[in-house]
Design a binder for this molecule. Structure first.
Ligand SMILES: Cc1ncc(COP(=O)(O)O)c(C=O)c1O
Length: 386
């Protein structure tokens, strides 16, 4: 490197994301704008993160007020907003007898849940499912069914994979291993919107109880009302031992948590984090719960989701429409492989993707009927154009 190079070189970003050539600069409700002031309907919700709508005024106000008062203090003192958040979350989720551990991301929530299960049972093995995604950290990534993102150091051999919704394989796995935990998304997100059948989740519950294993409901993407119930596992009428939450919890403010059933023993130092549960994150998370309650967003997700599922299942070309609430997926045949990019660039609609040419819909839970209809109209136009 010459002295000249040194003067002109700048730090650049570590290039790990396949980026769309769009610069998003503003958001409101289910809409975002780029730097050319083009408006896009966000049916992707910034990857299932936007629960109450971009920059919801109540959320902005709550964060601004908190920022002026106290942005951060550590978990070495009482932070009353954390207690308030736990109470409100208990009420809305129906898990009032659970306790809450606050952290910062979905992977971290799953990592802590897996540790807690191992501490609790004294065991090591974990059952996860094919196509699962649980995050990119240590054990969470090993429990993720994607060898390309598992580093050699993450390969502990403690994870066993079984096919989702295969009852015989589930029973078989329990005869072969003594599990600390079973971790399962109620609806797989990254895996392409694959719904865990109620009978499958009920059998997991029964087997975990019978064998003393911990049932971890990864609700990072499918939870927080997105499926039309607070937890997507609620559709099966089962109660897990640990629920992990993130994405929609902060509506874009990084905050996550583990909801912990009464049988787990807390001990000082067992879990911990510097940033988890900081006052700003709690203010954002409280605002989200307040808006979800006041605006009846879980009911809205259930109603509009059913409407979209019914309408989409009558559409030509697209196949296997599936999901629940505002977590919907469908397959796109090779003849229309560019559908998602055409929706984005010709119709200004963001959608999500998954392997195998799957389109995922994960919009704000405050999506309106008019916005849903606009999406259906544009999708039909994009399909017709080929
Ligand atoms: C089901 C599920 N679990 C865990 C994660 C990881 O969350 P994060 O990216 O916040 O670590 C994701 C992220 O997409 C997810 O969909």
């Amino acid at each position: 490197m010459t002295p000249n190079d040194e003067m002109t070189s700048k730090m650049t970003l570590f290039d790990v994301y396949a980026l769309q050539p769009i610069r998003i600069t503003k958001g409101a409700g289910a809409w975002v704008w780029d730097d050319q002031n083009n408006r896009y309907l966000d049916m992707y919700g910034g990857h299932a993160v936007i629960s109450i709508g971009h920059s919801h005024p109540h959320w902005v106000e709550r964060i601004e007020t908190q920022l002026r008062q106290l942005a951060f203090y550590s978990n070495s003192v009482h932070l009353p907003l954390q207690t308030e958040l736990a109470e409100k979350l208990g009420q809305l989720s129906g898990k009032e007898n659970f306790r809450l551990f606050l952290c910062n991301s979905g992977a971290e929530a799953n990592e802590n849940a897996l540790k807690l299960a191992s501490f609790h049972t004294g065991r090591k093995k974990v059952l996860a499912f094919q196509r699962a995604f649980h995050g990119r950290t240590s054990l969470a990534v090993e429990a993720t069914d994607n060898p390309a993102i598992v580093a050699p150091v993450n390969r502990t051999g403690n994870i066993v994979f079984a096919p989702l919704n295969d009852l015989a394989a589930l029973e078989q796995a329990f005869t072969e291993h003594e599990f600390a935990a079973v971790i399962v998304e109620g609806i797989q997100g990254v895996g392409g919107i694959r719904v865990a059948e109620p009978a499958f989740l009920q059998r997991i519950r029964a087997l975990c109880t019978q064998h003393g294993a911990v049932f971890i409901a990864d609700s990072v993407q499918c939870g927080y009302g997105r499926s039309g119930q607070f937890f997507s596992h609620d559709h099966a009428g089962v109660e897990a031992d640990l629920y992990t939450v993130a994405k929609g919890m902060g509506n874009g403010f990084p905050v996550a948590g583990v909801l912990i059933a009464p049988q787990f023993q807390a001990k000082h130092g067992l879990l911990g984090t510097t940033f988890g549960g900081n006052p700003l994150a709690c203010a954002a998370a409280l605002a989200v719960l307040e808006v979800i309650g006041q605006e009846k967003l879980i009911e809205n997700a259930a109603r509009l989701g059913q409407y979209l599922l019914d309408e989409l299942s009558r559409f030509p070309v697209i196949l296997n429409v599936r999901g629940a609430g505002l977590m919907i997926g469908f397959d796109v045949p090779d003849s229309h492989a560019d559908l998602r990019q055409n929706l984005l660039f010709q119709h200004h609609i963001f959608t999500g993707e998954a392997k195998g040419n799957v389109i995922r819909l994960l919009p704000s839970l405050a999506l309106t009927r008019e916005e849903a209809d606009l999406f259906l109209e544009k999708l039909m136009a994009a399909i017709s154009a080929g």
